[in-house]
Design a protein around this ligand. Sequence first.
Ligand code: PLP
Length: 379
Amino acid sequence: MKDYIYLDNASTTPLESEVLEAMLPYLTEYFGNANSVHSVGRRAVSGLDDARQTVADIIGANFNEIYFTSGGTESDNLAIRGAYFARGNKSKLITSSIEHPAVIQTANELKSLGAVVETVSPNAKGILSVNNYLEKGLDDAFLACMMLANNEVGTIQPVKELSNALKQSGVTIFTDAVQAVGSMDINVKELGVDMLSFSAHKFGGPKGVGVLYVKNGTKFSPQITGGHQERSRRGGTSNVAGAVGLATALKLSRKKLKEKADYLLDLRNYFIDGVMSNVQGVTLNGDRNLRLLGNANLTFSGVDGEALLYALDLKGVCASLGSACSSGTIEPSYVLKEIGLSDIDAKSTVRFSLSYNTTREEIDTAINIIADCVKNIKN
Ligand code: PLP
């Protein structure tokens, strides 16, 4: 029996039991190095190949367009650096101000190497505009980055519209889909992107394994050199169990998306409405409809978010702050500031993220606990 209510699925998710079961043989009897030619190695490579094919089939890619990595951060780095070092004489990278730090910091690094980084801001709902990307000028651009869904406010971005607008431009389009993959039906061809990243631990898979999809023909320079793994684009002994876990989790999450998307959407809206009607001065950040199924990012006016988070934790409710802790001080979230929140409101914000496994009873309990905690803090 759990003694907590886990509403922090955007941070990470528990490993599904079927995923663990699928991984175990590759951590025990099929332990081989996927590069070895003997029978033990061949068993490992067969698991890796199956995992790659499963991922490719689910996202509408080809087998040889899937690269396994150590997670979302590495995939984001690989995509951006890989495009930069293959850019030819172009120098401009267009990105947004609400990307994950794995994108923003990487773009900043490249600035110091000579890249021109143009940054697009969202509207007050946290949604990016394709026109703002176009206004930055495409002639000398080699890469446009637009996340598919934001990790804090959960807004879903017009990536398909961007790829339609950039079709003839020769600009590579990269989308960070780390938050989106467990919650949206993703097909890379329909989205029209050249590169897409995601990470297993966000949808019931293990930590430390991710994917970078790179469309065949995309200008790309390998960044992790070493062995010839991942078709020489990402050296290092393959994490076969991780890849098998990622593929199994992806399959399961697709099934749940088909069967339980309406359930999660209703539960999320029930939670938002429940908190808003039981607690005064609560606002929802981001767009009410264009958002991830499980995301509820709420500002509790006049309440210190950190104090609320600790109070909730004492009562067994796990959530996440709308701020980042750096060097011991709480900095207001740059995403919330970008959509117009004051420092004080940004510091009064908590992100709750539900999953298909969250129950109605848990949400009823959580709403009561939140209302109690806010009352206690205000008093
Ligand atoms: N991109 C986004 C949008 C994320 O939300 C995260 C993690 O929260 C990452 C990238 C980094 O992924 P990972 O934790 O697998 O490195």
